[in-house]
Design a protein around this ligand. Structure first.
Ligand SMILES: NC(=O)c1ccc[n+]([C@@H]2O[C@H](COP(=O)([O-])OP(=O)(O)OC[C@H]3O[C@@H](n4cnc5c(N)ncnc54)[C@H](OP(=O)(O)O)[C@@H]3O)[C@@H](O)[C@H]2O)c1
Length: 320
């Protein structure tokens, strides 16, 4: 039975239905709609808030991940530190039987002691956050601080083992360093560790998630880095020019925070703005995938409907 919200007769719903039917063997096998596949394969679901105190509880998070998969999304972004590890556990449980997905996880950021201590009472805190703006503010401010970071090999090794366990995979599809500085990248030891783990069969692909242009540039001097994730403000010409160069070198560039950076926190974005920002990111030369950090099932469907088709489908699907 197809979900009610895609039973309408407009063209986009028809495309979504075709994709779902194609991906559910035994139902029917009409030709898949290439342009819809193309859109969905260029979107990645950002899972930073899945299972967090300010995000959906594990059941709702799993439903959202299932919905994204059913709609054709195949890239899911998480990190060892997100939601005290619960983001990875939720993704691991949701996608354990899916083998056509690119799960991206990241190592290096650490969960502070006070956040670890709160983990057993997370459900209680989540309930309070929903009921009280004041509690939400306290949690937001506590979370707003920078997380401690370490790219020391013993830390990376411990986090990699934890991520493999939580994501329920011996061999992770993509492991990134989480926000290293340019110095860390030039020193090379952290990427050396990831490469060694790759040679040992613990991961397939090597990536880096950067926070600034300097680190983004440093990635380009290391040919081992296959995927680079970067914040892409629609008016950040330098980062956009970098993305074009990175793409031309054959790096898989993932744009993130394409909505968040444009506005002040808590300001509601108008649908036209969302549509413009999403398509500006997807149209930026060099960008292969755009992460969307939604926790709202309606927003997820809106975003998939807003994304415009540009380029050929073979172009996007070879990404994976
Ligand atoms: N250093 C790093 O590696 C790093 C840093 C930051 C983020 N990330 C990754 O990037 C992902 C995305 O980042 P982000 O969430 O900060 O930025 P984002 O995707 O630019 O923004 C997410 C915000 O946009 C809202 N939104 C999405 N679709 C909407 C719609 N159709 N209408 C109205 N509002 C909409 C979301 O609210 P709703 O939930 O209500 O839809 C949420 O508040 C994260 O989940 C994480 O995986 C990585």
């Amino acid at each position: 039975m197809l979900p009610k919200d895609i039973q309408g007769d407009d063209e986009k719903n028809r495309r979504i239905r075709q994709l779902i039917i194609k991906e559910s063997p035994g139902v029917m096998t009409p030709e898949a709609d290439e342009s819809y596949c193309y859109i969905a394969r260029r979107i990645g679901l950002g899972c930073a808030r899945m299972g967090s105190m300010r995000g959906p509880d594990p059941l709702k998070a799993r439903a959202l991940i299932d919905q994204a998969y059913e709609r054709g999304v195949r890239l899911f972004d998480t990190a060892n530190s997100y939601a005290q590890g619960d983001s990875e556990s939720i993704l691991g449980n949701s996608l354990k039987n899916r083998h056509d997905v690119m799960i991206v996880t990241k190592l290096g950021k650490q969960v502070p002691l006070k956040a670890r201590l709160l983990k057993p009472v997370k459900n209680l805190v989540r309930g309070l956050v929903k009921r009280s703006a004041q509690t939400e503010d306290v949690v937001r401010r506590a979370r707003g601080g920078l997380l401690p970071v370490s790219f020391d090999v013993p830390v990376l090794r411990r986090q990699l083992d934890l991520s493999r366990r939580r994501l329920r995979r011996d061999c992770l599809p993509m492991v990134m360093l989480h926000s290293p500085t340019a110095e860390v990248l030039h020193a090379g030891h952290a990427v050396d560790f990831i490469e060694k783990a790759q040679n040992e069969g613990a991961l397939e692909h090597i990536g880096v998630s950067v926070d600034d242009l300097e680190a983004a540039e440093a990635c380009l001097s290391d040919p081992r880095i296959q995927m680079i994730q970067a914040p892409l403000h629609h008016s950040d010409q330098e980062m956009r020019a970098w993305a074009a160069r990175a793409g031309a070198q054959g790096r898989h560039v993932v744009a993130r925070e394409v909505f968040r950076q444009a506005v002040r926190p808590n300001l509601k974005l108008r649908p036209e703005t969302i549509e413009h920002l999403l398509n500006t990111a997807l149209d930026t030369p060099g960008i292969k995938t755009c992460l969307i950090g939604t926790t709202n099932p309606t927003h997820l469907d809106q975003l998939l409907q807003m994304a415009q088709v540009h380029g050929s489908s073979s172009n996007a699907i070879e990404v994976f």
